[in-house]
Write a protein that binds this ligand. Structure first.
Ligand SMILES: [Zn+2]
Ligand SMILES: [Zn+2]
Length: 346
């Protein structure tokens, strides 16, 4: 089927209108008229080939919200007009140990990205949500609770599950002390979600301008980490530190701020390896872990949790012709806290 979207034609060209073909819907497929798509930093890295491997034309977008317009004869979970979502991946092997445990995101045979992957035919690139329609197997389609504003719900499909999954994995409970580093797209969801689990949330930041927002988002405390002695005063304080910063930064101080048996969760990848001292890990039996989005079942659990607690992302709506400007602003960190494209204009 022919669809309309926005694509980058090369690593150094701006995104522009482009029409392309989606696969003919199969019996387990859901055809979605996309209404909203968030702009994730991964989209920018992909469009600009900053991680390598991008094939052009490239259509980014993996925070997709829309309405079902058609279902295949074998689809049982969705019906026409349902509001649905699609996140970072659209297929997996379904048979490996990870897939069997509902952890398709860690598929041992390689999960198929919503963009940057390859269709069943082995040649056609998958193309993301900066477009009018998408065709996805129902297993990888999420139900969006009616209680959620659909535009604000779009970033839950990547930024939301990226922070929800590790916080759940380590079992954040009421009264736990959680520190969030970096108040961007990921960090602002981390604050909202940790607070919704009943944790006492502290934002660690180098910029005083973030304090008012941190409190508005649900943080109970705010620490300026570059103030003299600030990190020393935090030694042994937190159960969990959620690090969402993707630029180079020190993590030894934040690891020291953990209690015994505390966990440092890394969801933002620094371009260069961190220097991490062994002492603080050994002395307090502290751990460092990473985490990549979440499986389909857990993503649905996250959406249902957000529906119950009325949690969405703070978004700034744009039209397709503003995508390039939004990329520039996102790179500068000039967005509160996620750009969302009005895809009804495709
Ligand atoms: Zn993303
Ligand atoms: Zn698998």
């Amino acid at each position: 089927m022919r669809v309309r979207g926005y694509a980058a034609q090369s690593a150094d060209s701006e995104l522009a209108a482009w029409e392309f073909e989606r696969r003919t819907p199969g019996e387990k497929d859901v055809v979605i008229r996309i209404e909203y798509c968030g702009i994730c930093h991964s989209d920018i890295h992909f469009a600009r080939n900053e991680w390598g491997g991008t094939t052009y034309p490239a259509v980014p977008g993996h925070e997709i919200i829309g309405r079902v317009v058609e279902v295949g004869s074998g689809v049982t979970r969705y019906h026409k007009d349902d509001r649905v979502g699609v996140g970072c991946f659209v297929e997996s092997c379904r048979t490996c140990g990870s897939c069997q445990e509902d952890l398709e995101n860690y598929c041992e045979n390689g999960v198929r990205g919503t963009y940057g992957g390859v269709e069943d035919d082995g040649v056609t690139p998958t193309r993301g949500g900066y477009s009018s329609h998408i065709v996805v197997d129902e297993h990888f389609v999420l139900n969006i609770p009616d209680a959620l504003d659909p535009a604000g719900a779009a970033p839950l499909l990547c930024a939301g599950i990226t922070t929800y999954s590790p916080l759940r994995h380590v079992g954040v409970s009421p009264g736990d002390r959680v520190a969030v580093m970096g108040l961007g797209g990921l960090g602002h969801m981390g604050v909202k979600l940790a607070a919704s689990f009943g944790a006492e949330v502290t934002v660690l930041s180098r910029s005083p301008s973030k304090q008012a927002d941190a409190e508005r988002l649900g943080a109970h405390d705010f620490v300026l980490t570059n103030e003299e002695g600030a990190m020393n005063a935090l030694v042994g304080r937190f159960d969990i530190v959620l690090d969402t910063i993707s630029a180079e930064h020190d993590i030894n101080g934040p690891v020291m701020s953990l209690k015994r048996d505390g966990t440092f969760i890394m969801v933002g990848a620094s371009p260069t390896p961190h220097a991490l001292a062994g002492g603080p890990l050994i002395m307090g039996r502290r751990s460092v872990m990473g985490s990549l989005v979440g499986g389909i079942a857990e993503t649905q659990e996250m959406l249902d949790h957000c529906g119950k607690h009325r949690i969405v992302s703070d978004v700034e709506m744009i039209t397709p012709d503003q995508i390039n400007e939004a990329y520039e602003r996102a790179v500068q960190g000039d967005v509160k806290y996620r750009f969302v494209i009005d895809c009804t204009q495709f």
